[in-house]
Design a protein around this ligand. Sequence first.
Ligand SMILES: O=C(O)C[C@H]1C=CC(=O)O1
Length: 93
Amino acid sequence: MLFHVRMEVRIPHDMDAEVKADIVAREKAFAQEVQRSGRWPHLWRVVGEYANISIFDVESNDALHELLSGLPLFPYMDIAVTPLAKHPSDVNA
Ligand SMILES: O=C(O)C[C@H]1C=CC(=O)O1
């Protein structure tokens, strides 16, 4: 199942710099591990925002929730999920 996911990062401005650096480093390592597994085929920065647009390819809603809630930045992100279905006019469908 494919999902379009928008993540907006909202780290508190008063977070300790070392704590922030650790969370961001762990986020990157986790995100790259998931990408290499094939479950996160697209990750794009939104121009001018600390936000990303991602496509996830996972087996279920529950699998996506488990993955997203495992992101180290999860407590500091606003996340909007859009489930995707095949478009009848898609020449690749
Ligand atoms: O920077 C972000 O957009 C948030 C998050 C998503 C992947 C990652 O490494 O960090």
